[in-house]
Design a protein around this ligand. Structure first.
Ligand code: AVI
Length: 326
């Protein structure tokens, strides 16, 4: 795909992207970490996924918030004033329901969205301050997976951390446990965590959510190769890879792969690396874990939170669980 006219890529060998690609494509089977999906185009494609008819996750979690936001915030407050932080906030589309409930219960609220993408965060902050009087947005641009700290809230406020949207499902169980323990270590007695978790359900429903008829998830998966072409001067032909979603029942996860349609070689010039693919060989690009009904509470308690309450939709497809620091 690279041509003589395309600008030379910046030397990226020591960048996190370069390191991840060098490492992942040298493994057998080949793999790439899912965080690579989220360049600007990938973040836009993900936003599109959240509105797809097959992608039940976003609308189901939103329906829980629509029905229960007041109760969720009341339980999280436990009589105190809350400020609300959100990990990986993105466009914060569903968060408005919780923020409105907080404003209703306590008059005003400080909202601290945390995300790596400044553009999306800025747009979300503007939208929320415009739409919900009483919310002050204090955005933080950071990668929460690389460390997290919070200034202690003032005036007896408690902090509620939102980790919603099934983001926890993209981590391996051990990493997920470590991340929640790290969140726990940044909080103080009375603070709380609200975790949004996707539950195990019918295999065909799960598969459709990750292989939609319009091909948006396929484009999201292949955009990863487009990113490597742009950022690392690679010459992948995205069309010579197929999108594949499969259900791994043993590990209780959806897996996303890119499957080479033919024997081929790709060159990644910034890494001075060539990668050979056999026909049918895959790059494993994402896992999305689905939890059994009692597992979210276990996740919370193993990380040092006291499970307080859980809410689910009428089909039991998605759960929102509140844990508190004792
Ligand atoms: C961001 N995350 C919760 C999504 C999920 O459902 O695992 C990412 C995604 N991958 C494909 N479609 C959506």
């Amino acid at each position: 795909m690279s041509s003589a006219a395309s600008p030379a890529p910046a030397l990226q060998i020591d960048s996190p992207v370069g390191e991840a690609v060098r490492h992942g494509l040298s493994e057998h089977p080949k793999r790439l970490p899912a965080w690579l999906f989220y360049d600007q185009a990938g973040s836009r494609l993900f936003e599109k996924i959240t509105g797809l008819p097959e992608y039940y996750l976003t609308r189901t979690e939103r329906s829980i918030f629509a029905a229960r936001a007041g109760e969720i915030i009341a339980r999280a407050r436990d009589g105190a004033r809350l400020r609300i932080a959100e990990l990986g906030a993105g466009s914060a589309a569903k968060t408005s329901l919780l923020l409105s409930a907080a404003v209703e219960l306590q008059g005003a609220v400080i909202y601290e969205p945390i995300d790596v993408s400044p553009g999306i965060l800025r747009a979300a902050a503007r939208r929320i301050e415009r739409e919900i009087a009483g919310v002050t947005v204090a955005p933080r641009i950071m990668d929460y997976t690389n460390g997290l700290s919070f200034a202690p809230p003032r005036n007896g406020e408690r902090r509620l951390v939102l980790y919603i949207g099934s983001s926890i499902g993209n981590f391996e169980p051990e990493q997920a446990a470590r991340l929640l323990r790290r969140v726990r270590s940044t909080l103080r007695g009375g603070d709380a965590l609200l975790l949004g978790v996707d539950l195990v359900k019918d295999r065909d429903l799960l598969l459709a959510a990750y292989d939609d008829a319009a091909g948006v998830t396929a484009a999201f998966n292949k955009n990863l190769l487009v990113r490597l072409n742009r950022e690392l001067g690679a010459d992948f032909d995205p069309q010579s890879f197929a999108h594949r979603a499969l259900w791994n029942g043993t590990k209780s996860r959806i897996e996303i792969h890119l499957v080479s349609r033919k024997p081929q070689r790709a060159r990644i010039s910034a890494l001075e690396m060539t990668v050979d693919f056999a026909a049918g060989e895959t790059i494993h690009t994402e896992n999305s874990y689905k939890y059994a009904p009692a597992e979210p509470e276990l996740l919370l308690s193993r990380a040092g939170f006291e499970p307080v309450a859980s809410w689910t939709d009428e089909k039991n497809w998605f759960a929102v669980c509140l844990g508190r620091v004792a």
